[in-house]
Ligand binder design. Structure first.
Ligand code: NAD
Ligand code: UD1
Length: 336
């Protein structure tokens, strides 16, 4: 029985589709291409050497979802579909609340109508807000600081309530730290629209000549070199975490929460230096003001995922930089 992957044409979803297909799962993918391109589907098939069913549909379209669940005997859902730009969520909050929360409610209603009660959800380390200390454990207090983060927090609560109302649900909430990197083939990777918000796509676009220089947002943070520290995780490690989470939801019911990170924090300048070292590209940069809302340090304690799922990140920062660059240099304009 197939696994439904929502948002499977996106950055993390596409890499997870490859890992699912490689592991022998049948998949059905749904995406509305609001932040992705149809070409990615060909690339997934090419890498995995296997075909899968795809629906160009919006989670907000009840009839579209009904069709997917009627035409396929779905066993479980991995739910990536959502909007993720923090800055945009501050300017257009209702778009984020409507798409992410209503989309998830529609999805869960369709699942319930069809007796599908297993879901793995893409949450984010952003639910922790400004953590009291690092490394961050799953039982730390939550306090997202922007509308995007609040959609993740609210969806976590909705899924917990669903389990309380019906103990047959199996829910895994995965809190990702900072996914970067790309499939080692260089055929799929992150393809942001317009000017990248996040560090690694910005660096690779400087390297490929689309941007002049990197703006380093502040060097007066309380970190070893003053620049912000994050837990960067290779997207393939992250994708593999979803297979472990899927095994977990299939084993039984309940709600389980896991941090997916490496447990190591790197500063902006650590990333720039490692990127330069492994790619031979020079990344000019200037120090600018802090970006509003940024914090000093954010990295995971990933031990719960290891103890309970048997998962840990295998790839290091050099692998992440090499694979991000391999994708960008082979696809300077992304999937276009
Ligand atoms: P992405 O934008 O590349 O992928 C999301 C996909 O969902 C896109 O292909 C988009 O077209 C699709 N989508 C959005 N709304 C939809 C809707 N209503 N109906 C159907 N499809 C819809 O993002 P990503 O980086 O792959 O992230 C995947 C998930 O992980 C998101 O929920 C995101 O919030 C979460 N997440 C991402 C990061 C990160 O840094 N990339 C970190 C933490 C959590
Ligand atoms: C951002 C989001 C967060 C989301 C995460 C993963 C914000 C405020 N937060 O977090 O909600 O979960 O992405 O998608 O947007 N940096 C620069 N120059 C740049 C870009 C980034 O110096 O051009 C620095 C940042 O200040 C930060 C680090 O690089 O210290 C990482 O930034 P980014 O990749 O945007 O991730 P987060 O800030 O962790």
């Amino acid at each position: 029985m197939p696994v439904l992957v929502t948002g499977g044409a996106g950055y993390i979803g596409s890499h997870t589709c490859v890992e699912l297909l490689n592991a022998g799962y049948d998949i059905v993918v749904v995406d509305n291409f609001s932040n992705s391109k149809p070409e990615v589907l060909n690339r997934i098939k090419e890498i995995a050497g296997r075909d899968f069913k795809f629906y160009a549909a919006d989670l907000l379209d009840r009839n579209g979802l009904e069709r997917i669940f009627s035409e396929n005997c779905i066993e479980a859902v991995i739910h990536f579909a959502g909007l993720k730009a923090v800055g945009e969520s501050v300017s257009i909050p209702l778009k984020y609340y409507y798409n992410n929360i209503t989309g998830t409610i529609e999805l869960c209603e369709a699942m319930a109508r069809h007796g599908v009660k297993k879901i793995v959800f893409s949450s984010s380390a952003t639910v922790y807000g400004n953590p009291k200390s690092v490394p961050i454990k799953e039982d730390f207090p939550l306090g997202p600081t922007n509308p995007y983060g609040r959609t993740k927090y609210m969806i976590e609560e909705i899924l917990k309530d669903l389990y309380v109302s019906d103990n047959e649900w199996g829910v895994v909430l995965l809190r990702y730290f900072n996914p970067i990197g790309a499939h080692e083939s260089g055929r799929i990777g992150e393809d942001p629209n317009g000017i990248p918000n996040n560090l690694m796509p910005y660096i690779t676009q400087v390297a490929v000549g689309k941007m002049d220089k990197l703006n380093v947002f502040g060097n007066d943070y309380n970190t070893h070199d003053g620049t912000g520290v994050r837990d960067y995780i290779h997207v393939i490690d992250l994708a593999k975490g979803h297979l472990k989470a899927l095994e977990k939801v299939m084993r039984g019911s309940g709600v389980d929460i896991y941090n997916l990170g490496t447990g190591t924090g790197y500063s902006v300048l650590d990333v720039v230096k490692t990127f330069e070292k492994v790619t031979g590209q020079v990344i000019p940069y200037v120090i600018t003001d802090r970006r509003p809302g940024d914090i000093d340090m954010c990295y995971a304690d990933p031990s719960k995922a290891f103890d309970e799922l048997g998962w840990k990140a295998e790839k290091d920062l050099e692998d992440m930089c090499r694979d991000s660059w391999n994708w960008q240099k082979n696809n300077p304009n992304g999937y276009e």
